[in-house]
Design a protein. Structure first.
Lengths: 622, 159
């Protein structure tokens, strides 16, 4: 094989994926490990990588304790009700008590945070959100990461974690390939902080062609956080908790600033408020603990995101779509109009392109909203990810095993989407989680936990063969056919992705079935995923770019399998509006007020499912 | 087809190839100029458009739902610290917006943590991160703990 093997040895901290989480880890690691070797491996270019590549117009997690606005425990209460009671409150509390120091640093670094001219405080969009001019949010944060890292390897697609051959269940680094040169890269490291991304594109998108790139979460968020960790045998939690977003139709432009700051609201095709009429029936499904419109009206308690989705889905299915966002009032104010547009230009430019193309001016016409295809991630209004240890001063014994944000694999830490149970971290919280993981990883090394790691040549060579197999496979069988992509011996990554999306959509609660599934359907999904895994051995890549897509597909497939296992395990409908278990259409607190935890045995591929206790930290009322 | 490249403006410099988060801006081997090899994996994030020194890259909205005849152009100026947008509708309406992208000259305000005084043992053993507790509240307030918040973890259904 013509590709070189490039070994980077004696790394102390390897950051895999440098979005907001990974960048926070690389930055902070230098403070706690001033003589440690810190290396970043990133699939794209860290100046524009991860979910914030395009920019952001708001920081959605900021307490404002300096102005007495909120305390960390208030945020825990908010995130918990939004997720229908089930979160890791220890991790959330820990993130929330540190997040303000992250945001204050961002401002110091040059990130333009808007201020309220009257009070001098940060300009609030909502209770937790502050408004920024964030076009260069990622380049600024990347600058900080670069200042701390010894080396940054851009364009490395990390495919597998390396494991210690001398000791079971201890991480030893990672391997991957350069998506431009094709070279094989081996990173030997005492610790790994996984800052890789969640999953777009595992469920069939609503769009049918080019538009399938206009996903809500970035198309390069290829489930690698989950693919890497599940494959290595890390325990995962709340993987069934996929998210569906109510967004401007087709462009998936954000609605947060519109609802919270511009005070726009929704109505059905008849111009009616529709949400409240679905509440009585919905309250019977979920119970008054989770849906209490009167209490929500009187206090800051939000109506959970999934339940608001449920109202949109129900109204549309009742024949009263489309749902409109009423913008015409707010947009008569030129200042608010400017805020509305800059909101898109700062983070979802495609929505501005779409409105220009379709002559929709929200000043003169109310734009349509819709619910998206499902996504799997861990930092928005959803909390899929690895089962991680909490901080020692907060966490109960079931949640604590020595090092903050360490997964169940020794030396493997997580940040951002990689950590389960911590919704509503968003950009600032993900960066903060990276900082927490970095401090803990340094401590792990200083405690001597990373000594004596052995990585055999056998492991390195085995991974190398696996990685390049799609290129080899293509070479062997390509000339059996005249031309084109139809070949009885292989499928290409796009064909494989189509298959994955179709089966997840139809059997695991995607958009074409109105997010409905049940035990029978989920078992069919698992069977099809198993067969698909066999076919993934026959994946073909015609060049290094397709090899990147091939490995993204493998990560997506593994994540999808785990999502399906979890969805099957939880026999209730905990989050109506995200998905429905048709055979168990209610919230069942008696049996399922727990966190679901899975482990896939790397040797056999079998999943073990368990229930972990849900600990609560704060009372219901402030 | 989300992004596309004008033949007469592109000089093949490769800035777009270097920055694209999706690895879809590649150099065409015949024409030695850049193009989008996989439009269905393009997020219209404009990273390449902003990076192009020749303004050779533009976006045509996704064919499955965006009619022709529109444009959203951008100039990002790191020295001035601004980003300027021009939106043209299919019906000819124009809108212009200008925003700041940074408040400080690039990179100057970020310290090198290798050079700051190392943390004490006491700080290592605490729950504090770099610059804490000072930077949490910008005053003398300390890090929140269960004790200071009067909280206790309880197992089970009810809060």
């Amino acid at each position: 094989m013509a590709y070189k093997t490039i070994v980077e040895d004696k790394i102390d901290i390897l950051v895999v994926g440098s979005g907001l989480g990974g960048s926070g880890a690389a930055w902070e690691a230098r403070f706690w490990g001033q003589n440690k070797k810190i290396v970043i491996a990133e699939k794209a270019n860290i100046d524009r990588s991860g979910a914030v590549a395009q920019g952001l117009y708001a920081i959605n997690c900021y307490m404002g304790t300096r102005w007495g606005e909120n305390n960390p425990e208030d945020h825990v209460r908010y995130a918990r009700i939004d997720l229908m009671g089930l979160v890791r409150e220890d991790l959330l509390f820990d993130m929330a008590r540190h997040v303000d120091s992250t945001v204050h640093q961002f401002e110091e670094w040059g990130l333009p945070i808007m201020r309220d001219p009257k009070t001098g405080r940060y300009l609030r969009e909502g209770r937790w959100q502050i408004m920024i001019h964030g076009e260069s949010y990622k380049p600024i944060v990347a600058e900080a990461a670069k200042k701390s890292a010894d080396k940054v390897f851009n364009r490395i697609c990390v495919t597998h974690l390396l494991m210690d051959d001398s000791r079971e269940n201890r991480v030893a680094g990672a391997v991957g390939f350069n998506v431009r040169t094709g070279n094989y890269h081996v990173f030997k490291s005492k610790t790994v902080i996984c800052g890789a991304g969640g999953a777009s594109n595992i469920f069939k998108p609503r769009s049918v062609g080019e538009g399938s790139g206009r996903t809500w979460y970035a198309p390069w968020s290829s489930a690698s956080a989950y693919g890497l960790m599940i494959e290595a045998g890390a325990k995962m939690t709340q993987m069934e908790n996929r998210i569906v977003l109510a967004r401007f139709k087709d462009g998936y432009g954000p609605v947060g600033a519109y609802f919270l700051h511009l005070k726009t609201y929704t109505q059905n095709c008849l111009g009616e408020e529709y949400e409240s009429k679905w509440f009585p029936e919905l309250q019977k499904m979920v119970g008054k603990e989770y849906l209490d419109p009167e209490a929500s009206h009187l206090t800051h308690r939000p109506i959970p995101t999934c339940l608001r989705n449920h109202c949109i889905i129900s109204e549309v299915n009742a024949g009263r779509g489309p749902i409109y966002m009423v913008t015409m009032k707010a947009f008569q104010d030129p200042h608010l109009e400017e805020v509305g547009w800059e909101n898109f230009l700062g983070m979802t430019i495609g929505q501005a392109v779409l409105w220009a193309a379709t002559d929709v001016d929200p000043k003169n016409e109310n734009p349509e909203l819709t619910t998206s295809e499902p996504y799997v991630m861990g930092s928005h209004a959803t909390c899929s990810g690895a089962w991680c240890s909490g901080p020692e001063d907060v966490s109960p014994p079931e949640y604590f095993w020595g090092y903050n944000r360490m997964t169940t694999i020794e030396g493997l830490f997580g940040a951002g989407d990689a950590v389960g149970g911590t919704p509503h971290a968003f950009s600032s919280g993900s960066f903060t989680e990276g900082r927490l993981a970095a401090k803990a990883a340094c401590k792990y090394i200083d405690d001597g936990k990373g000594e004596g790691i052995v990585v055999s040549d056998e492991q390195i060579n085995r991974r190398k063969r696996e990685i390049y197999k799609p290129l080899e496979h293509y070479k062997i069988y390509r000339n059996e056919i005249v031309a084109g992509d139809v070949n009885p011996h292989y499928i290409n990554p796009k064909q494989g992705l189509d298959r994955l999306q179709k089966l997840m959509d139809e059997y695991c609660g995607g958009v074409t079935v109105s997010y409905m599934t049940n035990e029978k359907l989920l078992n069919i999904a698992l069977k099809k995923l198993r067969v698909m895994e066999e076919d993934l051995e026959s994946l073909a890549a015609k060049d290094v770019h397709e090899l990147l897509r091939a490995w993204e597909l493998r990560h997506r497939h593994r994540a999808a399998e785990c999502v399906t296992q979890h969805t099957l395990f939880r026999k209730e409908t905990r989050w109506p509006g995200y998905y429905y278990r048709g055979d168990a259409m209610r919230v069942d607190d008696e049996n399922w007020h727990v966190l679901t935890v899975s482990r896939r045995d790397p040797k056999t591929g079998e999943y073990t499912m368990e229930k972990a206790p849900c600990y609560h930290l704060v009372s219901e009322n402030e | 087809m989300p992004t596309f490249v004008y033949m007469t403006r592109c000089d093949g410099c490769g800035h777009c190839v270097d920055i694209c988060p999706s690895d879809i801006m590649h150099i065409d081997k015949t024409y030695r100029r850049a193009y989008n090899i996989e439009p269905s994996m393009c997020w219209e994030c404009y990273a390449c458009v902003k990076a192009c020194p020749q303004n050779a890259i533009d976006v045509r909205g996704y064919a499955d739902f965006a009619p022709l005849g529109h444009s959203v152009r951008v100039i990002r100026d790191e020295e001035k610290g601004t980003i300027a947008w021009k939106i043209k509708y299919r019906n000819g309406t124009e809108k212009n917006f200008l925003s700041p992208i940074t408040t400080k000259p690039w990179g100057t305000a970020i310290p090198k943590l290798a050079d700051v005084p190392p943390p004490s043992k006491e700080m290592r053993d605490s729950q504090l991160l770099y610059n804490e507790p000072k930077w949490i509240r910008m005053d003398d307030g300390d890090l929140r703990t269960l004790q200071s918040a009067g909280l206790r973890l309880k197992k089970g259904v009810y809060y």
